[in-house]
Structures are given as C-alpha cells and as structure tokens.
Design a protein around this ligand. Structure first.
Ligand code: FAD
Ligand code: NAD
Length: 473
C-alpha cells in the first residue's frame, strides 16, 4: 500500500468499537477520506466465526480463519489507528470512550488531545457483539468450554485430547471402566446452529480420526446434544430439522430435546428431562452453546441513556441504525436488539450500510461548507447557490437500513450440510452432500481475503490427505 493521508484535526473522528463482523465490514467498505478513524478492540484481528467449530477439532488451523485488522486499515486512504484495547465505558453526553489496553502510555493524535485511555468521538460505531449467555446456571463458567472466540476453540481441542489421552491410558484397566466412559462422553448444550455444527464436527473427528489412531476407544465415544426446546434449529424449516435429527441418529449423536441443564459440576451435568425428573450425566467434555447475552459495557450504556433504552435483549436503534436516546452513536450487530437474528449476515450488511451512510453524511457536510463559502463570496451566481442547495437536499435524504436475507446454512457432520435459501417468493430447502459442497464454496467466497481462502482450502486438502492432527501442546 502507498502512503496514506495523515490524521487531520479538522476532520470528524469515527471511533469504531470492535473488530468483528459489523466493524470489519464497515472498515472494509468505508471511504475514510473525510474522517479520522480509530478502531478499539481487545482483538487485533477479525475472526471468521462460521468456521470456528472446524478449528475446535483441527479441521482448520486457527490462523486460517483470522485476519489482522491492520491488513484492512492499512489500505485505507487516510491513516486508521488500531488500538488493541477494551472499551470500558461510553459517555454519550461528553462523547468519549474510555478504554483499557496493554499499553497505557498513550497520546491521542486527535485534535491535539493528550490523554490516557480516553478518546473523543464525533461518531461512535458500537459493534462490540455479545457474550455467551449462561443464565447464571451454577457451574457453567467454571466447568464448560464455550464456542465464541478463538481461544474457546483451542481450549476445546486441548480438552478433548486430554480426555482421549486419559482414557487411552486407562483403557486396559478393568477398574477404570466408568471413568473411561465418562471421559469419552462429549456433551454439547444448545441445539442452535452453534451446538449442531459443533456436534457434527465432533462426530467427524471420532469417525474419521479416532477410529484410525485410537481404535480401542473410538466406538466408546458418545456425543450428546441437550436442547431445552421441543426441537433443534428452530430457525430452519421443518424438513431440515427432521433431516438433521435423522442424520444425527445415523451418526449416533444422541439428541435430548425438552431437556434443561440445571447445574454443571466438575465431571457431570444435572438436567431436568421432559418428565420433570432430575438426571445426572457424567461427561469428559461439555460445550456450552446456549445463545447470546449483552456485554456489561452495553448494559452500562443503556443505563446511562435511560428510558429510551429499555429492551433487555440489547440496544435499540432507529431505521438508520442510530442509537435511540443518544446523538452520534450507531449500534450494529449482535449488541443491537432488532427484528433480525443475531447473525454475521446481518452484522456485515449493517456495517456496509453504515459505510455508505458516512460517505453520504460527509458529502452533505462538504456541500454545506461549499454553500457557506458561496454565500460569503460576493460574485456568486444565484444558480450556483440553488444547485448546491438541491444537492444538499438530495444528500440529506438518507435511506433506512434494509436487510436482505441470503439464506441460512449449517454443517451437520459426515460431509452433509443443510440450507434454507430464499427462492422466488418462497424458500428452497436442501440437505446432504451437495449442500455441503455449496456450504464450503459459500463460506470460502465469504472469507475476507485471498490469504484466508488459500489457507482454508489448503487445510481442507491436508485433512483429506492426511487426516486431522491429534497431537497437542
Ligand atoms: P462480533 O463478530 O462478535 O465482534 C465483536 C467485536 O467486539 C470483537 O472483535 C470483540 O473482540 C470486540 N469487543 C468485545 N468487547 C469489546 C469492548 N469492550 N470494547 C471494544 N471491542 C470489544 N452467523 C451467520 O450469519 N452465519 C454463520 O454461519 C454463523 N456461524 C457462527 C458460528 C459460531 C461458532 C458463532 C459463535 C457465531 C456464528 N454466527 C454466524 C453468528 C455471528 O458470528 C455473529 O452474529 C457475528 O459475529 C456478530 O457480529 P458483531 O460484529 O456484532 O460481533
Ligand atoms: P441460539 O440462541 O441459536 O441457540 C441456543 C439454544 O440453546 C436454544 O435453542 C436454547 O433453547 C438452548 N438452551 C438455552 N439454555 C439451555 C439450557 N439451560 N438447557 C438446554 N438448552 C438450552 O445460539 P447459537 O447457536 O449460539 O446461535 C447464536 C446466533 O448465531 C443465532 O442467531 C444463530 O443463527 C447464529 N449462528 C448461525 C450459524 C449458521 O448460520 N450456520 C451458526 C452459528 C450461529
């Protein structure tokens, strides 16, 4: 990339919180010639979440599905500052964000401000996502693995291999039967797409790899999926739910619906089944994929705004994604409570939309400055003023955000996937191996860079040729 224009104290500053789907789509599409942009996120990279379950069992390498945020910002017209830091508080009145980073000796380049861990914004793009919902169920935080961040997938992979190796050491010991059974029981809580995809991936690992390298154990491994509702995947069509359930049955993944997790102990989970009975199930690995909840910083912001923000699901925005009850803040992605599901598709379309909005806002402001200049100069023709006013009126007409659903896809294991795709005015549902190939090609083309695409495809090839790596640190 060539030289970038420097920070300009006369330009407005957009502070972007987050480096996930919403923030990254915004950064990719944003023309920042008219703005200073600062990105604050505890992660200095973008994580391609749809392929995260594949990292958990070693189909993909962790580095293949992440992209450093600077790879995007480095190509922008004007310098973008990327701070690896966590925003701690937003002050919507004074328009500031305080943040905590690894490096506190910080001098802001913006508007001559000198500060430690606090930054002023003209516009704030709030895209901090959500965290995993635990419902304050005892033991969830202490004894489960999550599936949200890269470190979660890496932890799960290690935990699975810990259990396999411990079971292998005790496989000949007749007194250790119950313990071996426990170690080889993998439980997934949550029958949403995350839980389903992960269960499918765990099945593949057992079937494709453990069978080769731990033949004495592979048949003893059990995967159980626990879901509180009457069926899994409520967002998919009925026939695909049935297809998933029958594929899981074939793959010997046990689905327990109408079953609620009540407590998780170190080595066992207590559930309440559909008859209302409490049952204790020993496990070696438990993955908690029971949905999302807003972050503390989001609740704190809602509290500051007061009555305009009263939805416990998240931040309320208007049709232009502006936060209700605050000026200059836009909320996108999983942190916002909208009529759309909290998906990457929604967050990325919102990010792209905001990028276009910012260009239009800048155009309007530039035209207003031009109009002021025209009015101040004595020799301006009235037509020139009239035409500028018209252009300002045009630029003032912002279009509301419109979501275009491209369909839902999920991997369900044994090289099968399901897809619900909008077709004409209806829906086209498909499941199976061809859908799996479509799933792969859809995600490869959605990956943000050629580098990621190359890495993911070569990981798939490596696994096809040599199987997954079962070694661990
Ligand atoms: P995120 O992508 O979660 O990004 C939030 C960002 O904010 C992160 O960079 C985080 O580090 C940062 N952050 C957190 N706290 C702070 C703070 N205090 N200050 C600053 N920054 C902060 N959706 C689909 O449409 N299709 C799929 O196939 C799909 N698969 C998924 C698979 C898995 C395993 C998971 C977990 C989710 C999947 N989703 C999928 C959902 C999708 O990932 C989310 O809807 C999407 O990530 C939301 O984007 P976001 O930008 O709101 O949040
Ligand atoms: P989710 O909210 O979709 O599903 C969580 C499930 O956990 C629910 O069905 C809920 O009933 C169940 N649950 C909650 N508490 C429970 C308990 N105590 N005991 C048993 N079951 C319990 O969560 P998710 O799967 O993580 O998905 C989050 C979002 O990300 C969704 O919008 C989803 O569409 C999106 N996503 C999409 C894909 C995809 O398109 N392939 C993949 C992953 C995630």
């Amino acid at each position: 990339p060539g030289p970038q224009q420097p920070f300009d104290p006369d330009k407005k500053t957009i502070v972007v919180l987050g480096s996930g789907w919403g923030a990254t789509s915004l950064l990719k599409s944003l023309d920042n010639e008219d703005y200073n942009v600062v990105v604050i996120s505890p992660r200095n990279y973008f994580l391609f979440t749809p392929l995260l379950p594949s990292v958990a069992i070693g189909t993909l390498d962790a580095r293949s599905i992440i992209q450093p945020t600077r790879y995007i910002t480095r190509h922008k017209k004007r310098v973008v500052h990327v701070y690896e830091a966590e925003a701690q508080e937003v002050d919507p009145i004074n328009k500031t964000v305080t943040f905590k980073g690894k490096n506190f000796s910080y001098t802001s380049p913006i508007k001559g401000q000198q500060d430690t861990g606090s930054i002023k914004y003209d516009y704030l793009v709030y895209a901090v996502g959500a965290e995993t919902q635990t419902f304050n169920i005892p033991g969830v935080k202490e004894h489960s693995c999550f599936m949200k961040e890269l470190k979660d997938a890496e932890k799960l992979r290690t935990t699975v291999m810990d259990c396999i190796e411990s079971a292998a050491m005790n496989s000949d010991n007749p007194n250790a039967g119950a313990d071996v059974d426990r170690l080889l029981h993998m439980v997934v809580v949550g029958g949403g797409p995350t839980g389903i995809e992960l269960s499918g991936e765990l099945h593949d690992f057992v079937h494709d790899d453990l069978k080769n390298w731990y033949p004495e154990l592979a048949d003893k491994v059990r995967v159980t999926l626990i879901e509180a509702l009457p069926n899994v995947l409520p967002m998919f069509s009925k026939q695909l739910i049935q297809y998933t359930e029958s594929t899981f049955k074939e793959n010997k993944i046990n689905i327990l619906t109408r079953t609620k997790v009540k407590e998780i102990k170190e080595n066992s989970v207590i559930v309440q089944n559909e008859k209302g009975e409490f049952v204790e199930m020993p496990f070696g690995v438990l993955v908690w994929a029971a949905g999302n909840v807003g972050r503390d910083i989001t609740r704190n912001l809602m509290g500051k705004i007061g009555a305009a923000q009263s939805n416990p699901r998240g931040l309320l925005v208007d049709d232009f994604l502006q936060l209700k009850g605050a000026e200059g803040i836009y909320a996108i992605g999983d942190c916002a409570a909208t009529s759309y599901a909290p998906t990457a598709q929604v967050a990325s379309q919102q990010g792209n939309y905001l990028a276009r909005q910012f260009v239009q806002i800048a155009r309007k402001e530039n035209l207003e400055a031009k109009l002021k200049h025209l009015r101040e100069s004595l020799d301006t023709a009235p037509e020139a003023i009239e035409s500028t006013v018209k252009q300002i009126n045009k630029a003032s007409k912002l279009r509301p955000f419109h979501y275009s659903h491209q369909g839902s896809l999920a991997y369900i294991g044994s090289e099968k996937a399901i897809a619900d795709l909008p077709f004409l005015n209806g829906n086209f549902a498909s499941g199976g191996v061809a859908t799996f190939l479509f799933w792969r090609s859809a995600y490869v083309s959605t990956l943000f860079s050629l580098r990621n695409r190359t890495l993911v495809v070569s990981d798939w090839l490596k696994v096809k040729l040599f199987g997954r790596d079962t070694s661990r640190d």
